[in-house]
Design a protein around this ligand. Structure first.
Ligand SMILES: Cc1cc2nc3c(=O)[nH]c(=O)nc-3n(C[C@H](O)[C@H](O)[C@H](O)COP(=O)(O)OP(=O)(O)OC[C@H]3O[C@@H](n4cnc5c(N)ncnc54)[C@H](O)[C@@H]3O)c2cc1C
Length: 607
């Protein structure tokens, strides 16, 4: 059975010692409520809930799955009771305004919440998780009436929410959305169409489900410029805000999937359902995309969740499982064989898992501070402020989402590998982590789409390389502070070279793209992975710098904790960062190497 203990020491190392959240919180209005004592209390409460209430439902939930009968979905045993506790503890409203019943704490705390509950039971956490997208949309684009009607119920968790974008023909390419919205005389709209793959589209956890739906008004322009956004509640609320008449949206079926089987993935049929326009007509996709960054950060967190759980469960096994003797000499002579953790190759697996998990967490916690600023812009109705910080996060999100979810699949695979053949057997839970991690590279935009977003939209079209120049300049500035520190020399030297190379690669691709437009698609994945390895190197260097400083001057953690951080940073730089060079070399290959082959020559099976 899988075990999980919330990694509070690692979390606090980042929030207190690396990023100094308390100082950052002083710059936020919502930060007034987030003093160190309150933070500790909430983190402990989340840890207890995650470890004691939802972890035990993870494997049982996977076995039982969701059931579908007569349009209704029943979640696995225990899910509803756990959800009820979550609502009673007020966790859904952690980072939302007090006027809607929330606790008005910084958004970064909400992201830490997502990590803890998601590590204990990712599919369960998707039910409250999808509601967050719905709350954010109404908070930013809703009218006062819409906010007053929906937000108190959503923020408390009494009602849940969904995001309904995908249709059978329209996934990545949402310009192909066909769902129709026809005006009614009373100002509402009649929504007709079928959405597929809708997470939490139907379930038994809440009295009502509020769907945020992409649809087309009559005579709307073709493609992405003609899509509007609608609120379509399962039960239309009465004027008193309570559940009213059943609306014309029903669940047609649920998917049978490789993983996250206890998260209901639904086909939703809208048969003239009553919908309410949210935001401006034909500007729905733009509105939806303003939340892409937060949604993608949510999926990046999923990467850390599976990585952490795989690592926590692989480590004790590696200490207990015995096989042969270490090449460097017998380590445990009193035992029949040495524990497998004594073999360098098993350590390679474990250290890779540790380096990616902790490095990824640092990348997310760094960007979370920008999410705090962005959320403040929404709360203050200050569009400029929102856009400034949304833009800033926009550079990080494709890397966080695309790079970290790919790494999470590697980490989950290593976790299984450490268990040998037992990793393939359901009883141990390691195959469950690998199955559940797989979806993270697919939904919220595939890795390919993240890569195109980074290189095409953010780097080339959006800024002509400026985002990379700015980012690398800040890294170089940081390196400058450690130039004379002999402990840090190795890290700083490697990072300096990478920063220069990253800019050169960017310019070379921009030049190549003048003649070879397809190079952007051809190079995007390598560019994404290169950017990810480089960013993670910066994070490991920063963590090592803090660890050296704390070893010298004392810190919150033990010396062993800091030494382990430094050793993991060294492992990352020596064993994992060299992968960036292969991506650098590969990304400059002209696109013909992929595009020249005739489509008919991909296979000769039909000849
Ligand atoms: C379990 C699950 C839960 C989901 N939850 C939700 C949800 O709650 N709400 C919702 O609306 N949707 C949801 N989705 C849908 C999900 O977001 C889409 O499946 C995803 O966006 C990809 O779309 P697609 O499946 O149509 O793939 P396609 O768009 O058909 O892509 C197929 C392949 O082509 C590549 N590709 C596509 N276009 C390009 C391009 N221009 N350049 C290069 N490569 C390209 C892609 O990277 C991919 O590899 C969910 C899906 C699943 C499986």
């Amino acid at each position: 059975m899988l075990s999980y203990k919330a990694p509070l020491r690692d979390i606090k190392f980042l929030t207190n010692e690396v990023f100094n959240y308390q100082d950052h919180y002083k710059t936020l209005k919502a930060g007034e409520n987030a003093d160190a004592e309150t933070m500790d209390m909430i983190l402990q409460g989340l840890a207890d809930f995650s470890e004691e209430v939802i972890l035990p439902l993870y494997e049982t939930g996977d076995k039982e799955g969701c059931t579908f009968k007569d349009g209704e979905v029943t979640t696995p045993t225990g899910f509803k009771e756990a959800y009820q506790q979550f609502v009673e503890l007020g966790f859904q409203g952690l980072s939302y305004p007090e006027e809607f019943g929330g606790m008005n704490l910084p958004m970064s705390l909400n992201l830490i919440k997502s990590e803890m509950i998601g590590t204990a039971n990712w599919p369960w956490s998707m039910y409250p998780g999808l509601t967050i997208g719905c709350i954010n949309t109404i908070l930013q684009y809703g009218t006062k009436e819409q906010k007053d009607l929906y937000l108190p119920k959503l923020v408390s968790g009494e009602w849940a929410g969904t995001m309904c974008l995908t249709e059978a023909q329209a996934g990545t390419d949402l310009g192909q959305v066909k769902t129709k919205a026809e005006p009614n005389e009373d100002g509402t709209f009649k929504i007709t169409g079928t959405k597929i793959f809708i997470s939490s589209g139907e379930h038994d956890l809440t009295d009502n489900i509020v769907h945020i739906v992409l649809a087309r008004l009559p005579h709307a322009p073709e493609g992405t410029k003609g899509i509007s956004l609608f609120i379509v509640p399962k039960f239309v609320p009465n004027n008193d805000g309570e559940v009213g008449e059943r609306n014309g949206v029903t669940c047609g079926s649920i998917e049978h999937k490789m993983g996250i089987s206890s998260s209901a993935t639904c086909v939703l049929n809208f048969d003239g359902a009553t919908g309410y326009l949210i935001g401006k007509p034909n500007k729905g996709l733009r509105a939806m995309f303003t939340f892409m960054n937060t949604a993608r950060m949510g999926t990046a967190i999923q990467a850390i969740c599976h990585s952490e759980l795989a690592y926590q469960n692989a480590l004790p096994y590696a200490k207990e499982r015995r096989s042969m003797r270490a090449l460097s000499g017998v380590k445990e002579p009193e035992k029949v064989a040495d524990a497998i953790i004594n073999h360098a190759d098993v350590r390679r697996l474990l250290l890779t898992m540790k380096a990616f998990t902790e490095g990824g967490r640092s990348m997310i916690y760094h960007s979370s501070r920008y999410a705090d600023k962005m959320a403040e812009g929404v709360a203050e109705n200050d569009l400029d402020k929102f856009e400034k910080w949304d833009d800033k996060i926009g550079f990080y999100t494709p890397v966080l989402k695309g790079f970290l979810t790919e790494l999470a699949n590697e980490v989950a695979k290593h976790g299984m590998q450490i268990y040998g053949g037992h990793g393939y057997i359901k009883e141990w839970g390691m195959e469950l982590i690998a199955r559940d991690a797989r979806i993270s590279t697919l939904y919220e935009g595939t890795t390919g789409v993240q890569a195109l977003d980074l290189l095409g939209r953010k780097v080339i079209l959006g800024s002509k390389g400026k985002v990379v120049r700015d980012y690398t300049a800040s890294v170089m500035k940081w390196c400058g502070e450690y130039a004379l520190d002999k402990n840090m020399r190795k890290f700083v030297w490697a990072l300096t070279k990478l920063c220069a190379e990253w800019n050169t690669l960017t310019v070379r691709i921009m030049l190549l793209a003048r003649k070879d437009r397809e190079i952007i698609s051809a190079a995007a994945d390598d560019y994404l992975m290169y950017s990810g390895y480089t960013m993670m190197a910066y994070h490991w260097a920063r963590m090592a710098a803090v660890a050296y400083e704390k070893l010298e001057n004392g810190g919150e953690q033990s010396p062993e904790f800091y030494k382990a951080k430094i050793q993991t940073a060294e492992f990352y730089f020596d064993k994992l960062l060299p992968r960036a060079s292969a991506h650098a070399e590969s990304m400059l290959t002209p696109s013909e190497i992929m595009t020249d082959m005739d489509i008919d020559n991909f296979s000769f099976l039909d000849e």
